[in-house]
Design a protein around this ligand. Sequence first.
Ligand code: ZN
Length: 215
Amino acid sequence: MNSGSPYVLQLNADYTPMKVLRWERAVELVLAEKAVTVQPFPQRFVRSSRLAVPWPAVIALRRYARTRGRVRFSSRSVIARDHYTCQYCGVRPRLGDGHPDRDQLTTDHVVPRAQARDGVVYLPWSKQWVNVTSWENCCAACRACNNRKADRTPLQANMPLRQYPRVPTQADVLRLALARVGVVPDEWRMYLPEGWDLFADCASDAPGARLLSVS
Ligand SMILES: [Zn+2]
């Protein structure tokens, strides 16, 4: 089978990595001359009755796109956004092979559901009302911290957050996409910024992680 990876890395016209897409969509963009293949999988071709084109590993848009990536909210994505790290004690549960042990992590409602009014909560640190289940009010927590915190805010429980939860940035969007793919093909690596190796990322200290006091 002369097939490559089912996933293709899409770069913007300036070669900034944007997102990960299915190969079918990538080939469509190349054939429509909206993108060019900048890195094919060697010796692999997408074949139809009429044509055979190099199987794309990395494509780049021909015209610069300003669109912002978005991630659908999910418990799994909250945990990936937080680098598979408990936002209270900093523990990073691992499996024997070094991959994150997602079963040991939960999603914590920072301001608990029990304190929500009509499904919204007030966040003192950003002075905003947000949905109780939202990017801004959910974080990764190990089971022990989640149980200990129970139906209390970080202040009530005296459990300061390492960082305030936030809507994922463009960099997070790509990191989450890489996390979904699991194994990053070698052909992508030179187009990804330094230190974006998925598991190196999980192993290193989360950049910007710092203790914050919640008032
Ligand atoms: Zn913890």
